[in-house]
Design a binder for this molecule. Structure first.
Ligand code: ZN
Length: 242
């Protein structure tokens, strides 16, 4: 079934060019580290980056996308409002959307949430333990009760997002903070998943369980066939139709 899901991985792509350490971790970009795994899982994967025309997010590119994955950090403000509006429309129309790590401050994620999406952070390479708190949920498929990322940036509560419709993960950090690190939402007909891990200076997108979560989230967020709602004036009561 997964072979038909069309995934577009969007990456800002700046750290990999500007920081030799990040470049060593992700020589072909964060998007290709995730993309390689998802291709092996049988998804139809394309990638796009900020510096492409229309950021690689033309109407045609979005129309051919079932699930859009987003990684951004230092250049959120360079994403054009027109493209943000276009992605927003596609999500309401049923395209899945997965926001990774610092995408919590992406224009599109803040627009979808309607809040500041602010949080606490600290970069000390602390241990992160990700606890599964919705073991029945498809995004938790194949995981144990928890998994560890040896070194990560800390994100702490309060995380200013709407209460998730389903909370799949809570992270604990070595320094003592906790964080709602796997949050599910729906907006219109689109499914949205926020997943916390993925600071650019750590090899997080080579971590097998992190990659498994992303693949699970793609399957979950892909549009499911169902009735397309109609709106507005309905002069003919359905029970009177032949
Ligand atoms: Zn970070």
């Amino acid at each position: 079934m997964s072979t038909s899901i069309r995934v577009l991985i969007w990456n800002e792509g700046r750290h990999e060019r500007q920081n030799p350490h990040v470049q060593a971790l992700y020589p072909h970009g964060i998007h290709e580290a995730i993309g390689g795994y998802l291709r092996d899982e049988g998804f139809a994967v394309r990638t796009a980056t900020l510096d492409e025309p229309e950021h690689g997010l033309s109407e045609a590119a979005l129309a051919a996308t079932d699930v859009l994955i987003w990684w951004g950090h230092i250049a959120h403000n360079e994403v054009s409002d027109e493209v943000v509006a276009r992605v927003h429309r596609r999500v309401l129309d049923g395209m899945g959307f997965i926001a990774l790590h610092s995408a919590h401050h992406a224009k599109i994620f803040r627009r979808l949430m309607g809040t500041t999406c602010d949080l606490k952070w600290r970069e000390m390479g602390e241990r992160e333990r990700v606890w599964v708190v919705a073991p029945h949920h498809p995004i938790a498929a194949g995981l144990g009760e928890s998994f560890v990322i040896e070194h990560e940036e800390m994100y702490g509560e309060f995380f200013d997002v709407p209460a998730p419709e389903t909370l799949v993960f809570i992270s604990w950090f070595q320094g003592g903070e906790v964080f709602r690190s796997g949050c599910c939402y729906t907006r219109g007909r689109g499914k949205i998943f926020y997943f916390r891990p993925g600071h650019e200076t750590y090899p997080t997108y080579h971590h097998s369980q992190v990659l498994r979560v992303i693949a699970n989230a793609v399957r979950w967020a892909a549009a499911t066939p169902g009735p397309i709602p109609t709106f507005g004036h309905h002069p003919n009561p359905p029970e009177t139709l032949p």
